[in-house]
Design a binder for this molecule. Structure first.
Ligand code: ADP
Ligand code: MG
Length: 691
């Protein structure tokens, strides 16, 4: 039997190839796709608003009589139609119009129109409103229905999409949508079947509870939300399944490298580190690829854990790749790992996008021939030209900047191209539990929930920038007492150039005001070598003060630094501020973080800085961040398509995450259902499952 999925949109009236192409841009190919192109909100168009009470920005229905219709020549030719009702006037303005339209809108015609109020040269105006001439009477309030509003793409207007969706609904009688979820389960949750839900959401019948629909809480909407979250969960489990369908080299702990490594460390592992190391050791000894996420707050000591994982792979004669998101962080790992492992006879290589020419050829050869046992670098590690001889473990630091795609791409880099490498993913952004459950369903998780002993809490101080002089004096005092400090300039996040410039100006200013201090500067526009040199001088204590952009956000570890000044913290997310603050408090002395904001602070801004002042618990801060900014920002995955929902909203719908997580494994046993649900909800995005 034909299903809705097999009926192309071109079967609908009025859909030619041009419109079909536009619809394809929205991921709509079949009638079913159209039915799952869901309204993201509703408008109440059942009330006519008197023109005299309109305000700029109102979205409203008005009704009146045409007073006059003019062709206006100005910068852009437009048709200007002035309407009036008993209370006032309104202009409808059209930049695209035809003669028929002009002739229809003659003086005295009754017009009902819907649009957004803008200020215009002739008073308030609607640009290109939807309108109707000689409209039928408005339905009585009790029969009122809401008007769905759909996501659009260029060249398709709201009424068009609405009309198509209504046409598509006509197919439902003959071709109901396949319901993949057990009826009994839906009954438990008191949710409708899929066909009923889709129908209601596109065309809420008169008398539907308006407030529930407006808020996305109607059972029909919730049914769809739940299914959407489930589809996302399934797609991640599918990724996991695809990776784990490959074999991996079992890495059995061997030799005494681990013992020798631990002996040379100046500290003992914390209990939490030991637990996590045990999880990893267990995973690595299996013939299926490990997929493990290690979460740990700033400074919890993830690097040592990574080193122990690497050592297990080395013991089995395999290669390890360690990838970090920035040059600075990769460079720092390279230095740490070299210090730790070279004395034990391990050979390392360094590879980043900035390693060019002969050095690059040499590094590539060392990796391909297996002379380099541990390779450390940035994304550059996983370009096509990088061939490994015997890669069995990939360590990714700072997960929130990598996506599912990269995880999948790694499958092919393993031993002989047939064995997939084990993957260890480390994140310094503690991820709220609910979010982790939905965004990292493909990973097993371990948490390092304990800081190394002897850490002093960081005292956080919130001050306006009018206190800059005092703050500069504070820096002088700390450095004269033999400690070191960071001064972080944050400008507009999107503009790296401006941020670097601001840091340069600040470094200049501080050098003039603090002539006795040795001041260094790092920002994203320095050459890798320059950056590395500055960081190295700061680490050895040659520099007292490091002026930096947010490039130092992750990973930088200088225990003698005990003061950090962050300019304009109100511009950054909480998690990022927590990361930055984590640059201090790594040594024995009491540490301070000064948040130097630019007044006035919004209420929201105040609450955020206060949360940071009051807490040093990364998980608490991450929860706050999630509440305030939403999951896309917290995970940094806005661009990757992950966590972009059609209907679901994280805060409103997080109650579904637990039930969905329970439902998913059962469904995985039905590959047809999984395919269909993923295709239904993720459409083109789901292709990432086939990378
Ligand atoms: P993060 O988890 O933020 O990556 P790091 O691995 O950079 O943390 O560790 C932070 C600092 O703590 C480093 O200086 C590291 O040497 C030190 N460290 C790690 N584990 C311990 C431990 N068990 N005891 C004492 N210090 C430790
Ligand atoms: Mg780290």
């Amino acid at each position: 039997m034909t299903s809705l999925d097999d009926i192309p949109v071109t079967q609908l009236k009025g859909v030619g190839s041009a419109l079909a192409d536009k619809l394809a841009k929205l991921g709509i190919h079949s009638v079913q796709d159209l039915l799952f192109h869901l309204p993201h909100r509703y408008e109440d168009r059942t009330r006519i608003v008197p023109m005299g009470s309109l305000r700029i920005g109102d979205v409203a229905v008005v009704e009146g009589e045409v007073m006059k219709t003019d062709l206006v020549m100005g910068r852009r030719r437009s048709l200007q139609v002035t309407l009036r009702d008993d209370t006032g006037f309104l202009v409808m303005r059209f930049f695209h119009f035809n003669a028929a339209q002009k002739n229809q809108l003659v003086e005295g015609t009754r017009v009902r129109c819907f649009g957004e109020v803008r200020p215009g040269r002739a008073g308030y105006e609607f640009y290109h409103p939807e309108y109707q001439t000689n409209p039928p009477p408005m339905p009585a309030a009790s029969e009122a229905t809401l008007t769905p509003v759909y996501p659009l793409t260029e060249g398709i207007q709201q009424p068009r999409v609405r009309g198509l969706c209504q046409q598509a609904l006509g197919y439902l009688e003959r071709f109901p949508i396949k319901d993949w979820l057990p009826e009994a389960l839906m009954a438990d949750y008191q949710l409708p079947g899929i066909t009923e839900a889709v129908k209601l959401v596109h065309l809420p019948p008169a008398g539907s509870p308006v407030h529930l629909l407006m808020e996305g809480c109607h059972p029909a909407q919730q049914r769809l939300v739940m299914e959407e979250l489930l589809a996302h969960q399934l797609s991640l489990l599918r990724v996991r399944q695809q990776i784990q369908a490959r074999h991996a080299l079992p890495l059995l702990p061997a030799g005494d490298l681990a013992e020798r490594f631990l002996e040379q460390l100046p500290f003992a592992l914390t209990g939490a580190q030991k637990y996590v190391v045990k999880d990893i050791r267990q995973d690595l000894s299996q013939p299926i690829p490990m997929l493990r996420l290690v979460q740990g707050d700033v400074g919890s000591g993830k690097t040592v854990v990574a080193a122990l994982a690497a050592i297990q792979a080395l013991g089995a004669g395999a290669q390890v790749a360690l990838m970090a998101p920035t040059e600075i962080l990769a460079e720092q790992h390279y230095r740490n790992f070299s210090d730790w492992l070279e004395p034990l006879g391990v050979r390392l290589a360094w590879l980043s996008g900035k390693v060019k020419g002969k050095a690059r050829q040499e590094a590539l050869a060392a990796v391909a021939e297996g002379r380099a046992q541990v390779v450390i670098g940035t994304h550059a590690l996983f370009q096509h030209e990088v061939r490994f001889q015997r890669l069995a473990l990939v360590i990714v630091d700072e997960q929130h900047r990598f996506g599912v795609h990269q995880r999948l791409a790694l499958r092919e880099k393993g031993v002989g191209g047939s064995l997939a490498p084990h993957q260890l993913i480390m994140t310094a952004t503690p991820i709220p539990r609910t979010l982790a459950m939905s965004a990292y369903a493909d990973l097993d998780t371990s948490v390092i929930d304990e800081l190394p002993p002897g850490r002093k809490p960081i005292e956080t101080i919130v001050l306006p920038d009018s206190r800059r002089d005092d703050i500069v004096e504070r820096v002088r005092g700390a450095c004269q007492a033999g400690r070191q400090a960071y001064w972080v300039c944050t400008l507009i996040e999107e503009s790296e150039a401006l941020q670097c410039q601001a840091a340069e100006v600040t470094a200049q200013e501080l050098s003039e005001r603090l002539p006795d201090l040795k001041i260094g500067l790092v920002h994203g526009r320095l050459k890798a070598q320059e950056k590395a040199d500055v960081m190295a001088s700061f680490k050895t204590g040659e520099l007292d003060l490091l002026v930096a952009t947010t490039v130092i956000e992750v990973g930088v570890d200088v225990p003698n630094a005990s003061l950090i000044i962050i300019e304009n913290p109100e511009r950054l997310g909480l998690a990022q501020l927590h990361q930055l603050r984590g640059r201090v408090g790594r040594g024995e002395q009491a540490s301070f973080c000064v948040l130097m904001y630019h007044p006035p602070l919004s209420n929201n801004g105040k609450a955020r800085l206060q949360a940071l002042r009051d807490s040093q618990d990364g998980f608490f801060i991450a929860e706050k961040d999630l509440e305030i900014r939403g999951p896309g920002e917290v995970l940094g995955t806005r661009q990757t398509g992950l966590m972009q929902f059609r209907l679901a909203e994280f805060e409103r719908d997080k109650g579904w995450i637990e039930p969905v997580k329970e439902m998913a494994p059962g469904l995985m046993a039905q590959p047809k259902a999984v395919d269909a649900l993923i295709r239904r909800w993720l459409g083109e995005n789901s292709r990432y499952g086939e990378v």
